[in-house]
Design a protein around this ligand. Structure first.
Ligand SMILES: Cc1ncc(COP(=O)(O)O)c(C=O)c1O
Length: 511
């Protein structure tokens, strides 16, 4: 005899929805209040960064939870162990490496995107249209034609990678997708300045072309790609049986913010029949500024551009964007027909398959946080904020110039300032030790987060002002503290003794 299916009423079915919606609502309200008031409004009162005590670190070692914990307790743990110990990049005095400082509206956008839960692999729904609209807005911001294509990805590294894959496929002379890189007749060569971000190397390695396929061209005194050296390298490679395929221009290098001559590179790419890609992760959005757009003239002539809304649009991590002038070439690099992803004449599957422009299939709804902030503030304000950061970098340059113990190490083009504390009588290794110690104490004291680098062979401190919360008074404080710490550490180095515990009161806090 056939057994009867279980009666619907008896089956024990579970869900992840809250058992008590009122409780969930209370926790959610508390989280929003904490986020807006304690976290964002009062951010200046907190240290930029602080190390975690051992007891907090140990709480991240606890085993997998097997049984339930009330949401209010889960949130309580987050309040204690996570929120006080951020990277710090939303703080007004965070200038390390290179990242945006997020924004409340964008955070709300991420929350709503997660609640709505759409998958941006494609389909006929509003989130997909918004995703396409944000791509259209990015094209408009950098002067790309409406016919170009694009996709939102995790960040600049993926945006550059997608573009370089398209470049490789277009220039390979064979169907690389079908036959692989081993079938390419002449090894491909890509060119970029020796200041190029390491994601390009990773991309070429992952693409099967290898690190050596990326030829690093020397730079001039201002760290811009040397065009004569590039011409020589291309001619030499052609003679040696390589196939020059792509030149990558920097619209803002990560080390110092140098901008290559994009117009000249565009001309050269035409003459040499190269794909012209621009890494605009730092500087493509200069195009929207009233005062600095001229620095990226030629951006609109590229075959592809990578830009990073999580940098100068301050979108919460993550969101990068790649634009490709030839939409068909872009799609042909990634589209794969699948029986389980057939397009339908109507209904959910009647929209564009957005995964055909990317390596990803499922994709988060990154567009909403960008869309909401652009809508709320308007693109002109973002342009002014970029100009503001560049003016602040000039201001910092001025402070460095008027302080005898500080030495500028590189030309400041946009918002990255490289300099060092340099008392007389110290050799290079000692200067490095001294400046590293300054950087570490600034971080440990919670005063400022800056990073370091080496430019023209000199180790230096690096301040990258990609921050809509920074004020000039923050830079005054930074310089004061660097000089104070520099003196303190130089004395310690002379007498061979280290200071005791950091001061309990931060210098930015009034008595
Ligand atoms: C010039 C440049 N290109 C690429 C990247 C990589 O971007 P992401 O960290 O968003 O992957 C960066 C990051 O700072 C960058 O400055």
């Amino acid at each position: 005899m056939q057994s009867l299916p279980p009666r619907a009423g008896k089956a024990r079915e579970e869900t992840l929805d809250p058992e008590d919606w009122a409780d969930a609502q209370a926790v959610a309200h508390r989280a929003v209040d904490d986020a807006i008031i304690a976290y964002l409004r009062d951010i200046r009162d907190r240290p930029v960064w602080q190390d975690m005590p051992g007891e907090v670190r140990r709480r991240f070692d606890t085993p997998l939870s097997r049984s339930p914990t009330p949401l209010s307790e889960v949130y309580g743990e987050i309040v204690e162990t996570l929120m006080p110990y951020p990277m710090g990049n939303i703080h007004p005095r965070f200038w390390a490496w290179y990242m945006g400082s997020s924004n409340f509206t964008g955070a709300l956008g991420d929350f709503l995107a997660a609640v709505q839960g759409s998958n941006l692999g494609g389909g006929n729904h509003a989130a997909a249209l918004m995703d396409e609209q944000v791509i259209d807005w990015c094209k408009e911001m950098v002067g790309f034609p409406a016919s170009a294509s694009g996709t939102l990805v995790s960040g600049g590294s993926m945006a550059n990678t997608i573009a370089l894959i398209v470049a490789r496929n277009v220039k390979a002379g064979i169907d690389v997708r079908e036959h692989g890189v081993a079938a390419i007749e002449k090894p491909l060569r890509f060119y970029a300045s020796d200041q190029i971000h390491n994601c390009h190397r990773k991309a070429l390695e992952a693409m099967g072309l290898g690190n050596r396929a990326l030829q690093r061209i020397p730079t001039d005194d201002d760290l811009r790609l040397d065009l004569d050296a590039l011409r020589v390298a291309i001619a030499r490679d052609r003679d040696a049986g390589f196939q020059p395929a792509c030149v990558i221009g920097n619209a803002g290098t990560v080390n110092t913010g140098a901008i290559d001559d994009l117009q000249a590179l565009a001309d050269l790419a035409v003459q040499e029949n190269l794909w012209f890609h621009i890494d605009g992760c730092i500087g493509a959005l200069l195009a929207i500024t009233p005062n600095n757009a001229h620095r990226v003239r030629g951006l609109d002539r590229a075959d592809s551009v990578a830009l990073d809304p999580h940098k100068w649009l301050h979108a919460p991590f993550e969101v990068g964007c790649v634009l490709v002038r030839d939409a068909a070439a872009h799609r042909e690099s990634f589209a794969v027909a699948q029986e389980y992803l057939e397009k339908a004449p109507r209904g959910l599957a009647s929209g564009e398959w957005l995964y055909e422009y990317s390596l990803q299939t499922s994709r988060g709804f990154r567009a909403l946080k960008v869309w909401m902030a652009l809508k709320e503030h308007g693109v002109e304000k973002f342009g002014r904020l970029i100009d503001q950061n560049i003016a602040q970098a000039r201001y910092l340059d001025g402070l460095i110039g008027s302080e005898t113990l500080l030495e500028s190490v590189a030309q400041t083009t946009i918002n990255i300032v490289c300099f060092r504390y340099r008392p007389p009588g110290l050799d290079e290794p000692a200067l490095r030790r001294l400046n590293v110690e300054i950087m570490l104490r600034l971080q440990e004291d919670g005063v400022a987060a800056i990073s370091d680098t080496t430019v023209h062979g000199k180790h230096c401190l690096r301040v990258a002002i990609n921050n809509h919360r920074t004020r000039r008074s923050d830079l005054d404080l930074l310089v004061r503290e660097i000089v104070r710490l520099g003196r303190e550490i130089a004395i310690e180095m002379r007498v061979g003794k280290r200071r005791q515990k950091p001061a309990s009161k931060r210098p930015d806090q009034a008595e």
